[in-house]
Design a protein around this ligand. Structure first.
Ligand code: 6PG
Length: 472
């Protein structure tokens, strides 16, 4: 029997779509799933691609079906299942075989797995894959971490299956060990911020302006033609336009306002905090999901306070709506600036040398945060060294133009009692970042007063203490 060129373990939604994508690109792929019936069903449903799919009943059969050195994609639930799969595979593999974890792993687990495989002769790749079901089937964005030599061995197949932005493949090797999974984590952190800011705009339109879902859908469609052009804006328009077959109401109106989260957003915030990098819009987005989960508490609090959001008057409502596109754009720039700053810090901390322009380029298609805007980010990094995207020449004028709308929007939300945590955090980040003399001098004085922590002076070198006379 003709040997397969690659293997895949785990035929869930992402795994089966990735396998079909690989087969469609001309590769013979051996597949195995813990529940055997799933493997058979998958092969039976593969249609024209079935002759390139080798369904295997056991892990041994999977390994034996693949040409050496074997690349094997593991697409199982992140966490312990990945360790179990590696443990089961290890004794069956030979030197130079490559295990590729394509799930949403915590990059610290990926780093540990690299260490555990060190000296075994086996090779590992931690690979971030974005794009959901559709992306996996027709072209995801792929973020690869591991040895460059491993990447070179799987480059062709990954390039073939990746999304293309104007013919450029959205896949790249980003650095050693955990680099790929780290970048995917930050991608998701940005995804959280993007989604949250869009949801806040929706909240303003619903509670402050009183717009119906269909009217909102039209607005989002229009925005998708301009500088906000992106997958998330596009699907928001579609989501808002959809009707619930059971009730005839807009689908969004029958969905409970309690958002799920599987961990990547939270990890991006934890990692940012560990490195001391402010990522306020991402933090606010993660916190907003956690707050959304407190449904019963929120209901009780509403009953206590009763004064919900105030509806804007007709005249003001028009001004509010006119500002939203630019407000969202400014918030988005700040959120992306934060995400890239976190990656910059991690790149140094873990000695990855993350290629920022490349990251922006491979996010332009295939992934959930894909947009035109990422092209501008790529160009900003190609222009020269970037300290923070907020001060990159390409973004300064964009920000100057858009910030007033964000400021007015956040102010109106505060007045009307409409929550806009990510947009306001983005604005606060901008205002703090662009202020040469902030208020931390007072914090330093307080720290010195109660704990003799000392402070730096503006007019002399060294470590100083204040004239507190004994402290607190
Ligand atoms: C992607 C998505 C995908 C998934 C995340 C987010 O890039 O394709 O980010 O990985 O949707 O797991 O999940 P949560 O919102 O459940 O955390």
């Amino acid at each position: 029997m003709q040997e397969a060129e690659i293997g895949l373990i785990g035929l869930g939604v992402m795994g089966s779509n990735l396998a079909l994508n690989i087969a469609e690109n001309g590769y013979r792929i051996a597949v195995w799933n813990r529940t055997g019936s799933k493997t058979q069903d998958f092969a039976a449903g593969a249609g024209d691609l079935a002759d390139r799919i080798v369904p295997c009943e056991t892990l041994e059969e999977l390994v034996a079906s693949i040409r050496r050195p074997r690349p094997i994609i593991i697409m199982v639930q992140a966490g312990a299942p990945v360790d179990e799969q590696i443990a089961a595979l290890r004794p069956l593999l030979s030197a130079d075989d490559i295990m590729i974890d394509a799930g949403n792993a915590n990059f610290r687990d990926t780093m540990r797995r690299f260490r555990e495989l060190d000296g075994s002769g086996l090779t590992f790749i931690g690979m971030g894959v974005s794009g959901g079901e559709e992306g996996a089937r027709h072209g995801p964005s792929i973020m690869v971490g591991g040895a460059q030599s491993s990447w070179l061995r799987v480059r062709d197949v990954l390039t073939a299956i990746s999304a293309k932005y104007k013919d450029e493949p959205c896949v790249a090797w980003l650095g050693s060990d955990g680099a790929g999974h780290f970048v995917k984590t930050i991608h998701n952190g940005i995804e959280y911020a993007d989604m949250q800011m869009i949801a806040e705009i929706y909240g303003i339109l619903r509670d402050g302006v009183g717009l119906g879902s269909v009217e909102m859908a039209r607005l989002f469609e229009t925005w998708n033609e301009g500088k906000l052009d992106s997958y998330l804006i596009e699907i928001t328009a579609k989501v808002l336009a959809a009707t619930d077959p059971a009730t005839g109401a807009p689908v969004v109106d029958v969905i409970l306002d309690r958002a799920g989260q599987k961990g990547t957003g939270r990890w991006s915030v934890i990692e940012a905090q560990m490195m001391g990098v402010p990522a306020t819009a991402i933090e606010a987005a993660v916190a907003a999901r956690s707050l959304s989960a407190l449904k019963a508490e929120r209901e009780a609090a509403e009953a206590i306070y009763q004064d919900g959001p105030v509806r804007f008057g007709k005249e003001q409502a028009r001004e509010v709506v006119d500002d939203l596109e630019a407000a969202l754009f400014a918030g988005k720039i700040a959120a992306y600036a934060q995400g890239f700053a976190v990656m910059e810090a991690a790149s140094k901390e873990f000695a990855w040398g993350l290629p920022m322009a490349t990251i922006a380029r491979i996010w332009r298609a295939g992934c959930i945060i894909r947009s035109q805007f990422l092209d501008t980010i790529a160009e900003a990094f190609e222009d020269g060294p970037v300290t923070n995207l907020l001060t990159a020449p390409r973004f300064v004028d964009l920000m100057k133009e858009a910030v007033p709308a964000l400021r007015r929007t956040v102010a109106r939300c505060a007045e009307a009692g409409i929550p806009a945590p990510a947009l306001s955090s983005a604005l606060a980040y901008f205002d703090t970042y662009r202020q040469a003399r902030g208020s931390a001098n007072l914090v330093q004085a307080q720290r010195d007063f109660f704990g003799a922590h000392g402070f730096e002076r503006i007019d002399a070198e060294g470590h100083h203490h204040g004239p507190w006379g004994g402290g607190g």
